[in-house]
Design a protein around this ligand. Structure first.
Ligand code: GTP
Ligand code: MG
Ligand code: NA
Length: 343
């Protein structure tokens, strides 16, 4: 169906897993940022969003010489916290995504929040890949900066390869115990009904090209059914925060539809529905994290999928996790308010 392939939105990809498995660091490695270094205690405490344009992904997978064309504009990646106290944020993130990356520490295997994340993904039937992170922690690992994993593996001693095999076999067994068939990713093989494991290092970048390529392939697979752009606004509030100079703002993920400056919106609030109009639509620059304070790009209108900071008056009591509604010219405001409070 050619027509729908020309009208695809960016898929939303959620990064999930146990605390400190390297979720934020993996994104830092791809972005060329140091968001993790700025986090209090090195712990993620909010949901983040980063837009990766397709050309950046293509660039990072070049070395694999794969013949895949990314037909979507880019990838909107949602970072979630792994700490046990943030189950609600993991649930919010996984509820929004089309595909996911489940990050597992190769030295630790499956941990409590790995399993919790896995269950959230299973519940919603979300396809995901496993990033088996921290391969550089294998004793004697030889660094091969940003190399495809096969190339990096070839450089390793027999002992490192043996450690890797041992960990991999154990982790595949742990997934089996959770009712899941996983296998080591092989670029030459067709995607079967198993979940792919991609070994990575967020510190030295081995396996990052593979991770991005497998994500691209997974995107293509899930594409036409789920990613056809729709005009109807579908938007969720991720975070409510006060930003110096901007007042109370909301970070949202716009999945489908277009938001405009001046649009009248309704969001669920603690003390009832909040009716206001969009003062400004802001995004960080591509490859930058929405939750990190920085310089913003100002937009007259933005099409989904995108992570956006909205400024408007009266947002102080907005509730994170709620849907955002736009009041169209033919909509009845009272009805929209009722819908917003009904969520
Ligand atoms: P939460 O968001 O708090 O759940 O943690 P996270 O999964 O985002 O992990 P984070 O990126 O905060 O990394 C945790 C720690 O592991 C940091 O000290 C990172 O430097 C380290 N780390 C992450 N990835 C790697 C890796 O591939 N190799 C090594 N050696 N260390 C890593
Ligand atoms: Mg993190
Ligand atoms: Na952390």
């Amino acid at each position: 169906p050619k027509e729908s392939e020309d009208n695809l939105r960016s898929p939303i990809c959620c990064i999930m897993g146990h605390v400190d498995t390297g979720k934020t660091k993996l994104l830092d490695c791809i972005r060329g940022t140091n968001v993790q270094g700025g986090e209090a205690g090195g712990i993620t405490q909010q949901i983040g969003a980063t837009y990766f344009p397709a050309e950046n992904i293509r660039e990072r997978t070049k070395e694999l010489k794969a013949d895949v064309k990314l037909k979507v504009p880019g990838l909107l990646v949602i970072d979630t916290p792994g700490h046990e106290s943030f189950t609600n944020l993991r649930s919010r993130g996984s509820g929004l995504c089309d595909i996911a990356v489940l990050v597992v520490d190769i030295m630790h295997g499956l941990e409590p929040q790995t399993i919790e994340s896995l269950n959230l993904l299973k519940m919603r039937n979300t396809k995901f890949i496993v990033a088996l992170n921290k391969v550089d922690r294998l004793y004697g690992w030889k660094t091969c900066h940003n190399a495809p994993i096969e190339k990096a593996m070839k450089q390793q001693s027999r002992d490192v390869k043996k450690q890797f095999e041992t960990q991999l076999v154990q982790i595949i067994t742990q997934f089996k115990e959770q009712g899941l068939n996983t296998e080591l990713n092989n670029m030459d093989k067709e995607m079967r009904e198993t979940y792919r494991i991609v070994p990575t290092s967020a510190i030295s970048g081995e396996g990052i090209p593979d991770l991005l390529l497998v994500l691209t392939k997974l995107t293509e697979k899930t594409m036409v059914e789920n990613l056809t752009y729709r005009n109807e606004v579908q938007c969720t509030v991720l975070e409510v925060k006060v930003i110096e100079g901007l007042g109370t703002t909301i970070d949202v993920v716009l999945v489908n539809g277009v938001l405009h400056e001046g649009d009248q919106i309704v969001v669920c609030g603690i003390q009832g529905p909040i009716v206001t109009s969009i003062r400004a639509l802001l995004t960080p620059h591509p490859m930058n994290e929405l939750r990190v304070k920085g310089t913003y790009q100002n937009h007259r209108a933005i099409k989904g999928a995108q992570g956006i900071k909205i400024t408007a008056s009266g947002l102080e009591h907005a509730i994170a996790g709620a849907a955002l509604y736009v009041v169209g010219p033919h909509d009845d405001l009272e009805e929209v308010k009722e819908t917003a409070m009904g969520d």
